[in-house]
Structure formats: C-alpha cells, structure tokens
Design a protein around this ligand. Structure first.
Ligand code: NAD
Length: 260
C-alpha cells in the first residue's frame, strides 16, 4: 500500500535513517535521502536505492539547523518528486556535559536540529497531507523523550519537546487521515553513540567492547542494542493502514528501560 508514496527521512545517510530508507524503498516508496554529508556520498546512497528497489530517489544535504535550507529542500522535493506523503524526522545530534558547563552554542544547535527542524518540516508538509487526506509523520525521539539522564540536558529537553510536538500535531490532525507518532528508542547500534562509548573506555582504561556493554547495561535491562532496521520496521508499520488508529503515541523500543 506504500507503493508510490513519497518519503522524506531526515538524517538518512547513516544509522537509523539509512536503515529506514532501505525498508521504505523496499516497500515501494520514492525516497528523499537526506543528511549532512558531501553530495557524492548522499547521491551514491540515493542511486543505490533507486537501482536496488526500482524507485525514484534524490538526495538533499539541507542543514537542519537552518530554516531557509529546510524550506529550499521542500521546493527541490516538490519540483523533482511531488509532495511528501511520509515524513520521518530523524536527524539528530548529541553532546554530553553537566548543565552548569553545557556550551551555549551546543544547546542552541541541539535544540535547532533535534526539535525546531521537526517543527519546520511538519509545517511544510501538513497542508498538502491535509488536502490529500493522507499522511504519516514519525518523529524519532528517544527514551530521553520520556525520562532524563545526567549530562544530556539539551538532548533530553529537545526529545521531550519532540514528544510534545507529536501529541499536539496528532490531535490537531486526528480527522485528517494524517497520523503523527513518536518512536522512543533505547540504545541503537549507530555512529551517534560512538563518542559515549569512547568516553567510558578512556575513563575506565577499558576496551571498546567492555565500554559498550557498560553503557548499555547501566540503564537498559535488555543487554543488547536494537538494530537500526528494527526501528525502520516499526516506522514501516506506522505508515501502514493497519496503524491508521495509532496517533499521538510515543512508542518505546528500549529493551525495558522505561518499564522500570
Ligand atoms: P547517526 O549519527 O548515525 O545519524 C544522524 C543523521 O543526522 C546523519 O544522517 C547526519 O548527517 C544527520 N544530521 C546530523 N546533523 C545534521 C544537520 N545539522 N543537518 C542535517 N542532517 C544532520 O545517528 P542515529 O543514531 O541514527 O540517530 C538518528 C536519530 O535517532 C536521532 O534523532 C537520535 O537522537 C535518535 N536516537 C538514537 C539512539 C541511538 O542509540 N543511536 C537512541 C535514541 C534515539
């Protein structure tokens, strides 16, 4: 049923987003690959998706911290493909430090990329989704949209904000054929967490595998990270007709983290 739908997954040159564009292309969606990488890298990913799944695919490296670049990206998408049916707000960054030492520029950047960008993209796609009476918006929040952790003030604030944006957008559009949900992963095996593993290894003088195990088990009862494709498969389900009644939800894939 997703065949021919136009999907934009922000931050899809790596990690969860990259796994998600594979799943959605496999379902027959035309894809906008997006991420902050050089043109030739993003264009290669788009090209491979188009060849492998026989869909149309384009690349954008709009900076999600820049509202004008976001709007330009939508002009480009409409010109090349049409209006977006499936929006996955996934681009995100992390920085860890105690609140009293947290760099102000990092705070502004994390709020811009992890939260405000989702407001701008949502605002860009909603009017067309309302006209078509069909749309799917999936916001990749985090367990940190539901609970806090030390040293992550900007990330936790942004992700709680994203869960709030999800709820309001969902209830405003509940009878428009548009669903809006948040996914709240625990640990997922992607480059985003490499720095946190390295920090533990440096502090403990341990190897990376030991540091990774320590990071995961500190909060998460299930001692394994989720695979990026497992998040992609949940996004696929949320885009299906079977999930038409799920809206405004914040769904953990967190190995039991928030069950405690
Ligand atoms: P990743 O680092 O592998 O990918 C991040 C993507 O965002 C990349 O494509 C990157 O180019 C893009 N990006 C970063 N800054 C950007 C900017 N300013 N403009 C445009 N694009 C930008 O990360 P990931 O782990 O796949 O994370 C994806 C999402 O999942 C994030 O929102 C993250 O907060 C969330 N998440 C990740 C985990 C985890 O354990 N990995 C857990 C919970 C939530």
């Amino acid at each position: 049923m997703l065949k021919g739908k136009i999907a934009l997954v922000t931050g899809s040159t790596s990690g969860i987003g990259l796994a998600t564009v594979e799943v959605l292309a496999n379902a027959g969606c035309h894809i906008v690959v997006h991420g902050l990488v050089e043109d030739h890298i993003g264009e290669q990913i788009a090209h491979e998706l188009a060849e492998k799944y026989n869909v149309l695919s384009y690349f954008s490296n709009a900076n999600m911290a820049d509202q004008n670049q976001i709007l330009e990206m939508f002009s480009f998408i409409e010109q090349e493909l049409g209006t977006v049916d499936i929006l996955v707000n996934n681009a995100g960054i992390q920085h860890t430090a105690p609140v009293h030492e947290f760099p102000k520029d990092k705070w502004d950047l994390i709020l811009a990329v992890n939260l405000s960008s989702a407001f701008h993209t949502t605002q860009a796609v909603l009017p067309k989704m309302q006209l078509k009476k069909w749309g799917r918006i999936v916001n990749i929040a985090s367990v940190h949209g539901l609970v806090g952790s030390v040293n992550k003030s900007a990330y936790v604030a942004a992700k709680h904000g994203l869960v709030g944006l999800t709820k309001v957008t969902a209830i405003e559009n509940a009878n428009m054929g548009v669903t809006v949900n948040a996914i709240c992963p625990g640990w997922v095996e992607t480059p985003l967490i490499n720095q946190q593993i390295q920090d533990i290894a440096d502090k403990d003088g341990s190897d990376l595998a030991t540091a990774k195990a320590k990071l995961v088990t500190a909060k998460q009862p299930r001692a394994e990270m989720a695979a990026p494709s497992q998040i992609g498969e949940l996004i696929h389900f949320l885009c299906s007709d079977a999930a038409a009644g799920i809206t405004g939800a914040s769904l953990p894939i967190d190995g039991g983290w928030t069950a405690q």
